[in-house]
Design a protein around this ligand. Sequence first.
Ligand code: ADE
Ligand code: ZN
Length: 332
Amino acid sequence: MKQFIENLPKAELHLHIEGSFEPQLMFEIAKRNNIAIPYNSIKEIEDAYKFSCLQDFLNIYYQGAGVLIKEQDFYDLTYSYFKKCALQNVRHAEIMFDPQTHTERGVSFETVINGISKACADAKNNLGISSLLIMSFLRHLSEESAFETLAQSIPFKHKIKAVGLDSSEQGNPPSKFKNVFEASVKEGYIPLAHAGEEGGADYVWEAIDILKIKRIDHGNNAIHDDNLVKEIIKRDIALTVCPLSNTALKVVDDLKKHPLKKMMELGLKVTINSDDPAYFGGQVTKNYLDIQAALNLSKNEIYQLARNSFQYSLLDENKKKKYISELDAYFF
Ligand code: ADE
Ligand code: ZN
């Protein structure tokens, strides 16, 4: 099973590039930018990564991202993620980035997008991994700030496929961003959002009905509402589930109690992802391995999860087919 999962061709659809920032690289970049960080060793960093909820994590995550200043920093961050993808046979990645985390500190949108997108181009050329970018609005900030970010993105529209919504969920419902999502769709961006991670099923309803999202990030709490489950299935909207994130942030207290298998049995389209791998103890492959062991998933179920990762990607139909044939050749 271990080897089967490690070599399985897969796509990652829920990954925050700022959440892939490994301690070693954080030290290196902090040093070259002359920025002090409140840790003296990798051990101290690892000890600090103990979270009791989403906000607890976000405070540390934004602090870590604060050492990223130059285009090269964003390039190094992104390329180092792709090198890990290559080791896990991740064939395609849909990468979220949080422009406001950087523009609020005086780093330009251009610096961020150029560093990230150059790494994406090099990953395609050198490693054969395809990718696309999801610009995520921070929901703890105002809709006006999201509108400013949308405006900043327009010159780089050809590099961005979708918009997302992340950060502190509770108290920041999807409806707060109704207008900016409408405007984003008019610009050609595909709408996506985190919903039902800490927020309830009502937030997932808002995300699908008001923001009209095409994929739900997390969506764990959707299963508490039978009508919502039916509606998600009817609209063929997939969920990007992140098992190790869920235990790290106490969304689920034990992987053995994770709702992933139940979601699949209900008929929901589920994918497996790492969310913020540097903070939650594992890359996407470890998410597959640990959830497989906890829920005793069959090879067939693992195949289905990998198939969903291509099927519910934002790639065009031809590319989806190409990757699914590659997966089928591996599995059958
Ligand atoms: N930003 C990075 N990771 C996140 C998560 N799991 N939920 C909300 N916002 C995030
Ligand atoms: Zn996330």
